[in-house]
Design a protein around this ligand. Structure first.
Ligand SMILES: [Zn+2]
Length: 56
């Protein structure tokens, strides 16, 4: 059985602006959702292809 991510876990509703925005970044290399890590340094990391974006 394939693991399926539910849409409501990937998006959050912004009540102040009335818009829905993705919680996570999309990996520009493979198109999957990226995970946010704060340690040791703040960054977005793709668990599939290893692509990393450092947060400045
Ligand atoms: Zn990726």
């Amino acid at each position: 059985m394939a693991k399926k991510t539910k849409p409501h876990e990937l998006y959050e509703y912004d009540y102040s602006t009335g818009t829905i925005k993705p919680k996570n970044k999309i990996c520009s290399r493979c198109g999957r959702f990226m995970a946010k890590h704060l340690k040791p340094v703040p960054r977005w990391a793709c668990g599939y292809c290893g692509y990393t974006i450092f947060i400045h």
